[in-house]
Design a protein around this ligand. Structure first.
Ligand code: ZN
Length: 296
């Protein structure tokens, strides 16, 4: 049996490149969702009324729609590539030594998280002082960091992955979902659903302890540091934003033929996939303390 599972895994991995990190895709354990629960029709009517009546409410809505619109120009295939597989680590710091060329001066110029990022080049960091882009030929990073002359690691790729996800991709999922709620235009929901599908593909395989700089540091101390994409505290925001976005765009998936063609599943299968691999995996991770906010 174990052998058969291994064969199946190999076939699965080789026939679907996007699924390589989720050879254990989950199936729903609960009946699928039946209605939108967070932004109900009543709440949307209140929002509509406020937007018509108050300039400040309209400004908030316009900003959300404008931010979402920035993502409409992205091809679906390129959006899928923005959420990295679990084996690409995460790190909220490159290290403690600053830039390999400029040293710790980078913190004086750029603060605690000083590196410049470019979502079009999502696994690179740029020093705001020397303009060096890392990793480069002299500072190769296979994923878990380049080892500097003093044996300290520089986690360029993991830092870029972490902050591009937390500050750019994750907010985009929700800008798009909220723009759909505010406009009723399914083009926003589609882009959000593409990212949600991709998040569901990687979510069960995410294990912060074994896939992060901080996990590695804690392991050396004989301790653990749990989480999923991000650490267990910040992950609360990840699951919250993704679950809210799914609730918002849920009603478009059965009509979204482009999405169904993109991932090779029916609308119902896509909903089941996201609910099992993102929502059910997420709530189990809460009970397993892999997602656990600060107390108070
Ligand atoms: Zn530098």
């Amino acid at each position: 049996m174990r052998f058969l599972v291994a064969i199946f895994t190999l076939v699965f991995v080789s026939t679907n490149s996007l699924a390589t990190e989720t050879d254990a895709a989950r199936r729903p354990q609960y009946p699928l969702k039946q209605e939108r629960r967070i932004y109900t029709e009543d709440r949307l009517k209140v929002a509509e009324g406020n937007i018509a009546k108050f300039q400040t409410a309209k400004a908030i809505a316009d900003k959300e729609i404008s931010r979402a619109s920035d993502w409409l120009g992205w091809e679906d295939e390129d959006l899928l590539k923005l959420i990295q597989p679990p084996n690409i680590p995460r790190a909220f710091n490159v290290g403690t030594d600053g830039c390999p060329k400029c040293g710790k001066e980078i913190y004086e110029v750029g603060g605690t998280y000083p590196w410049k990022l470019d979502i079009k080049n999502p696994l690179k960091v740029e020093c705001p002082i020397c303009g060096g882009v890392f990793p480069d030929e002299d500072h190769p990073d296979p994923g878990r960091g380049w080892v500097g002359p003093n044996d300290h690691k520089y986690w360029f790729i993991a830092y870029a992955n972490h902050w591009n996800f937390q500050n750019t991709v994750l907010p985009a999922v929700r800008y798009l979902a909220r723009a759909y709620l505010l406009t009723g235009d399914p083009k926003y929901a589609h882009k959000s659903a593409v990212l949600l599908y991709r998040a569901a593909e990687v979510y069960p395989g995410l294990d912060y302890h074994s896939q992060s700089r901080y996990g590695e540091l804690q392991e050396k101390n004989g301790s653990r540091y749990e989480g999923k994409f991000l650490n267990h505290i910040w992950e609360t925001t990840v699951l919250h934003m993704l679950a809210e976005s799914y609730d918002s765009v849920w009603d478009t998936i059965d009509e979204d033929e482009n999405l169904q063609e993109l991932v090779g599943k029916s609308g119902e299968e896509i909903r089941g996939f996201i609910e099992a691999n993102l929502l059910e995996e997420g709530i189990e991770s809460v009970f397993a303390k892999k997602i656990s906010g600060n107390y108070g």
